[in-house]
Design a protein around this ligand. Structure first.
Ligand SMILES: [Zn+2]
Ligand SMILES: [Zn+2]
Length: 242
């Protein structure tokens, strides 16, 4: 990678927020097109909300995922080693991240740009942005067409592997995702759609490659000291912003 490309690489140091990740909900299915031929992978410790280890709850009580930098140096793994009760251990799980084009149909308000998803098999007729309230009853749902990070664990990876072995490259077709349940009970199913070529320039514009996330960076662990601070109760955003 030359100076120009490296300098222009987007989202490398930017703090990612929830809106960078594909949001899924039992309220409606999602439709995605996986954009990367290979996923980026990591091991990740899931910390439940309010989980307390060293006096203060992890990540200011918010819990979340901590990517494991390796058992010999990881503060979470080290804490695990000190636990005599196996049930207390915060085991790491295999995770993958890929860029996806979120094609979930939405009705986009022409006045304010708010996106409206289907709920209970119908779309709202009035914009739900309290400052807008425009009539959107005449608008048809269109694919959202936004690049997002899709980060999941083994059960989804297994389904994608099955789809690939049955139908060939997973980048050649959309996947419909359905979600049932909430929290740790969430179960997601992937349904392959028909094979269909996609022209990213057409859908996203000439700069479509720059709209992709650096997913290798998404699965990269934080510095050991940053992990230690979050594990000991400091807020993720305070730690990452320095
Ligand atoms: Zn670890
Ligand atoms: Zn609106």
């Amino acid at each position: 990678m030359g100076f120009k490309e490296k300098f222009a690489t987007p989202s490398r140091s930017r703090v990612r927020t929830g809106s960078d990740y594909l949001q899924t909900t039992p309220d409606h299915p999602s439709v995605i097109r996986i954009m990367d031929e290979e996923p980026s992978v990591c091991w990740s410790h899931y910390i439940p909300k309010g989980h307390t280890t060293t006096g203060k709850p992890v990540n200011n009580g918010k819990g979340g995922s901590i990517i494991c930098p390796g058992p010999s140096v990881c503060p979470v793994c080290q804490w695990n080693n000190e636990q005599t009760d196996d049930k207390k251990k915060l085991r790491s799980r295999r995770q993958f991240a890929v860029n996806v084009l979120d094609k979930t149909p939405v009705v986009k308000c022409e006045e304010c740009g708010e996106e409206h998803y289907e709920v209970n098999d119908e779309y709202p007729t009035v914009c739900t942005n309290p400052e807008c309230g425009a009539d959107i009853s005449e608008l048809s749902p269109e694919p959202r067409n936004k690049v997002q990070i899709f980060m999941k664990g083994k059960s989804i990876a297994d389904q994608i592997v099955d789809i690939e072995s049955e139908f060939g490259p997973v980048t050649d077709r959309d996947l419909k995702l359905t979600t049932r349940g909430k929290g740790t009970e969430t179960r997601m199913r992937c349904y392959p759609q028909k094979e269909e070529a996609i022209d990213y320039v057409d859908v996203l514009g000439e700069d479509w490659e720059e709209q992709k996330y650096d997913v290798e960076n998404v699965v990269k662990p934080l510095e050991i000291e940053q992990i230690r601070r979050i594990f000991n109760g400091e807020d993720f955003f305070d730690v990452v912003k320095g």
